[in-house]
Design a protein around this ligand. Sequence first.
Ligand code: NAP
Length: 286
Amino acid sequence: MSAQLIDGNALSQHMRADFATRTQSLITQGVHPGLAVILVGDNPASQVYVRNKVKACEQVGIHSVLEKHPETLSQAELLERVDQLNNDPRIHGILVQLPLPAHIDAHRVIEAISPAKDVDGFHVASAGALMTGLPAYWPCTPHGCMKMLESIGYSLKGKHAVVMGRSNIVGKPMALMLLQHNATVTVCHSATVNLKHHTLQADVIIAAVGKRNVLTADMVKPGAVVIDVGMNRDDAGKLCGDVDFEAVRQVASYITPVPGGVGPMTITMLLANTLDSAQQTLSVKP
Ligand code: NAP
């Protein structure tokens, strides 16, 4: 058996075509959706990520502002800038690219973003809302994974999902989203004993570890759905995920590739959150 591919590029293009129409409709109603992306320092990976986010905004007509600040920017200066953006009516989403330089407390900065503009979904208010089932901006990467499952018509009800990784931005919110969709969820992490024992029972595996080949074919139940969040480099420097793709695709029923899987979907869900935020301002307009 060779698994069917869940193509994140194709799904993203399909969704973004719809977003372009939504953007035009919002503009017609007097709101031009706007996203501010803040980059501090010159981390090469972060530079690529922010460029891709701004490019995606341009593709659908969302107004974007990319602010590049030197590594030496103080925490107070960054907090002041976030505050200005919180009060800027042209901006509906604020994204501070992580990681931040060591002298800046990322937690403080994220908490300074207005929850109404927290399109990354990292604010504790957003996390708490997700946990309690209230409406909020869901973190883009796990939300993108949910959209990929939805795209194949997969019903999570009664299924066993195993999440590998428990970070605040991927693993934990992923587990909550799966739970909200009635899956039975196991969360594995670096202290999990016998990872294979858990993954072999899974109908759905979400690999979000950040280690190449952490999920091999012998760890996957035949017919399982495998979503690969990982972004690593192989020996040749090529982008790869956490999953031993060629071997696992012989066992799984569906699998996401890297590149071209969760990566583009993460950006797509950022656009979705920004549009939702802009839409929200319409309902509170006098
Ligand atoms: P992270 O904060 O480093 O978290 C990694 C998690 O994996 C931790 O919870 C860690 O456990 C767990 N872990 C480590 N070794 C393990 C093992 N052998 N078995 C099971 N779990 C293990 O990373 P992250 O931010 O969640 O990101 C994970 C990966 O996804 C990275 O490759 C990242 O680049 C990628 N990513 C991709 C996108 C995208 O758009 N495609 C977005 C975000 C992240 P402990 O908690 O015990 O340390």
